[in-house]
Design a protein around this ligand. Structure first.
Ligand code: 5AD
Ligand code: SF4
Length: 538
C-alpha cells in the first residue's frame, strides 16, 4: 500500500469570518457525485468515456466521472478533530460515539471526483468513517461545480437536506467546497447561514485545519496555495488511479468560468509525478488517468531544467512497470501536437482514445469563443490522428446555442459531427456564466432555439457513434473488468482501450484484463462474451 503523509505543516492558520458580500448570485452546478450521475466538466471534462463512472458516454450534456489515487497514512502530525461533534444518543443511526463520520456529494468533473477522493483520504486519516448517507454523517460535505447553470437547483435541493439535518442536530458540520464555492466565496454564508465551512478547489487541506480548530464561526478558504498531491486519497477502485499533472487554465475561452475558479495553470514537477505514478503502480493501479484542465499544455511554465513536454511525460509514465493503461483528460486541440498523437501509436500503455473538444464547427463562432483554432485546423488534427492511429476513438465536447450562433454556423457544427464521426460526444446547451465574456455578448439565443438545435445535433452524434461502434463487432478486445453490469446482474462490465463500456458474459474479477469477443454495438455500449481472462493466456 502506498503511504501518503498528511502534512499539516502547510496549514497556516488563516481563519476568516464570513463578511457581508452583496454582489453575485448563485450559479451552475453540475451533477452528482459519490453515487455519481456525474456530469462532466469543463476543459477537464469529457473523456469521461474512458474512466467514466457512469460507464457510458452520454450524448446529451451530462456525462460521467470517476475517481482515484489512494493512500493510507496516519502520521504523527495528525490528530482527531477536537470540535465536539460526538453523536447525540438520540440518533441510533449515526455512527458509534467514538468514530465521527462524513458524507461527500460530488458535482462536476473528474477533477472534482479526484478532489473528493483527497477529501476522503484526508478525513480517513483524521479518524472519520464514511457514512452511507447524509443523515448518518457528522460532517456533510459538498464538492461543487460551476460550469453550467442547469444543475444549480439540484445542488440547492441537496443543500436543503443538509439544512434540515443540521437543524435536527446543530453539532453537525456542513461544508461546501469546489468551484461553485470558489465562485461565490463568502457569499455562501449569507445565502446559506447553516454552512460552517467553505473552501475552493485549491484549499482542500484547509478542511482539516477547520476541523482541528475550536472556532464555531463560519470560515471560508479561497486562496489557491498548493496542489493537494501531498494529501492522502482513497481510490474508488484499487486498480484505477488519477494523476493530477496540472491545476488551472491559461486559456480564455469566452464561455468558461474555470479560469476564474481554478486560476492560472501550474504544472507539477515531473519527478514528483513519476514518483507518484510509481507509487500508484506499486499499490495495484493498472490504469492511470492524467488529469488537468488543459493536460497537453503541461510543463510550459516549468523552469527550463525541470521542463518536459506532455508527450515526454506520457512516455515516462508508460515506462513504469505495472501501468498497463494510460488515459488523460482534457486536452485542447490547439496543443494536440504531432508528438502526442504519435505517442498514441508508439506507447504500448497509451490508450487508443483521444478527446478533442470541438465546441463549434463554425470558425466565426470559434473565434468569438476564443478557442484559437478554426474549423480547418481542427479537421487537420483529426486527419493526423486518423493517419497515425487509424482505430483511435475520438470523442468531443460541443456547445449549442453560443451567442450569435446563426443557423449557418450551426449547420457547420452538424457538418463536422457528420464528417468526423465521433465515438462519443458531450453536448451542452450554452449557459451564461457569471463574469464570463460570453454571458455579456449580444445575440443570446432563446432557449427553444437551443433545444431544437440540440435535438438535431444529437441525432447525428448518436447515429455516427453507433455506426463507428460497428467496427468492433466480430473483434476480440481487451477489456479491463470494472464490476457487474448495471442493467443485467448476470453480466460483467468493463472498458476497452477505446474507452467503450462493454457488458459481457464471463467470469472475472474487477481489475482483471479479459478478452471479449464483441457481438453487438449501440452508440454507447458494446456487448459480447469473454473468451478467456488474459492472465490465463499468458
Ligand atoms: N455553457 C455550456 N457549456 C459549457 N462548457 C463549458 N462552459 C460552458 C458554458 N458556459 C462545456 C464545454 C466544455 C465542457 C466540459 O463544458 O464544452 O468543454
Ligand atoms: Fe470541474 Fe470546476 Fe470545471 Fe466544474 S467548474 S467542471 S468542478 S473545474
Amino acid at each position: 500500500m502506498a503511504t501518503a503523509l498528511l502534512d499539516f505543516s502547510r496549514c497556516r492558520p488563516r481563519l476568516r469570518l464570513a463578511e457581508p458580500d452583496t454582489h453575485h448570485s448563485s450559479r451552475g452546478i453540475s451533477a452528482v457525485a459519490l453515487t455519481l450521475e456525474g456530469l462532466h466538466a469543463d476543459s477537464l471534462g469529457a473523456v469521461g468515456g474512458s474512466l467514466a463512472r457512469s460507464g457510458v458516454l452520454i450524448f446529451a450534456g451530462y456525462a460521467s466521472e470517476r475517481r482515484s489515487v489512494s493512500g493510507e497514512n496516519p502520521s504523527e502530525h495528525e490528530r482527531p478533530p477536537n470540535r465536539s461533534t460526538s453523536n447525540p444518543p438520540d440518533n441510533p443511526l449515526r455512527s458509534t460515539p467514538m468514530a465521527k463520520s462524513f458524507h461527500v456529494t460530488t458535482f462536476g468533473c473528474q477533477m472534482n471526483v479526484h478532489d473528493s477522493e483527497r477529501m476522503r483520504g484526508m478525513l480517513a486519516s483524521l479518524g472519520y468513517d464514511e457514512a452511507e448517507s447524509r443523515d448518518r454523517a457528522d460532517l456533510i460535505l459538498f464538492n461543487t461545480c460551476s460550469i453550467r447553470e442547469s444543475a444549480d437547483s439540484r445542488f440547492i435541493a441537496h443543500l436543503g437536506e443538509a439544512k434540515r439535518l443540521k437543524s435536527e442536530d446543530p453539532e453537525r458540520v456542513v461544508g461546501v467546497g469546489g468551484c461553485w464555492a470558489q465562485s461565490v466565496k463568502e457569499e455562501v454564508f449569507q445565502r446559506f447561514p447553516f454552512v460552517d465551512v467553505a473552501f475552493g478547489p485549491g484549499q482542500i487541506h484547509k478542511l482539516a485545519e477547520f476541523l482541528n480548530s475550536d472556532s464555531l464561526s463560519a470560515q471560508g478558504y479561497f486562496e489557491f496555495e498548493d496542489f493537494s498531491g501531498h494529501l492522502p486519497t482513497r481510490r474508488e477502485r484499487e486498480f484505477q488511479g488519477w494523476l493530477q499533472i496540472s491545476q488551472g487554465c491559461n486559456c480564455v475561452c469566452s464561455y468558461c468560468i474555470v479560469p476564474s475558479t481554478r486560476g492560472r495553470e501550474v504544472s507539477r514537477d515531473p519527478e514528483e509525478l513519476i514518483l507518484e505514478a510509481e507509487a500508484l503502480a506499486a499499490d495495484g493501479v493498472r490504469e492511470v488517468t492524467l488529469l488537468g484542465q488543459n493536460v497537453n499544455s503541461y510543463g510550459r511554465e516549468l523552469p527550463k531544467d525541470r521542463r518536459i513536454s506532455f508527450a515526454e511525460l506520457l512516455a515516462r509514465v508508460d515506462a513504469i512497470e505495472g501501468i498497463e493503461r494510460i488515459r488523460y483528460t482534457s486536452p485542447h486541440p490547439k496543443d494536440m501536437n504531432e508528438d502526442v498523437i504519435r505517442a498514441h501509436a508508439g506507447l504500448p500503455a497509451l490508450c487508443e482514445q483521444i478527446h478533442l473538444p470541438l465546441q463549434s464547427g463554425s470558425s466565426a463562432v470559434l473565434k468569438r469563443m476564443r478557442r484559437t483554432y478554426n474549423r480547418q485546423r481542427y479537421m487537420d488534427r483529426v486527419a493526423l490522428i486518423r493517419e497515425h492511429v487509424p482505430d483511435c476513438a475520438i470523442t468531443t465536447d460541443i456547445i449549442v446555442g453560443f451567442p450569435g450562433e446563426t443557423e449557418a454556423d450551426f449547420t457547420e457544427t452538424l457538418e463536422v459531427a457528420e464528417e468526423v464521426g465521433y465515438d462519443g460526444a458531450f453536448t451542452f446547451i450554452f449557459s451564461p456564466r457569471r463574469e464570463t465574456e460570453a454571458a455579456a455578448m449580444e445575440g443570446q439565443l432563446p432557449h427553444p432555439v437551443k433545444v431544437e438545435r440540440m435535438e438535431r445535433l444529437l441525432e447525428i452524434v448518436q447515429r455516427r457513434a453507433k455506426e463507428r461502434a460497428q467496427r468492433f463487432v466480430g473483434r476480440t478486445l481487451e477489456v479491463l473488468v470494472e464490476g457487474t453490469s448495471r442493467t443485467d446482474e448476470t453480466k460483467l462490465r468493463g472498458r476497452t482501450r477505446h474507452g467503450k463500456a462493454v457488458n459481457f458474459e464471463g467470469v472475472a474479477a474487477p481489475g482483471e484484463f479479459v478478452e471479449v469477443e464483441i457481438e453487438a454495438a449501440t452508440s454507447q455500449t458494446l456487448s459480447g462474451v469473454s473468451v478467456k481472462p488474459l492472465s490465463q493466456l499468458l
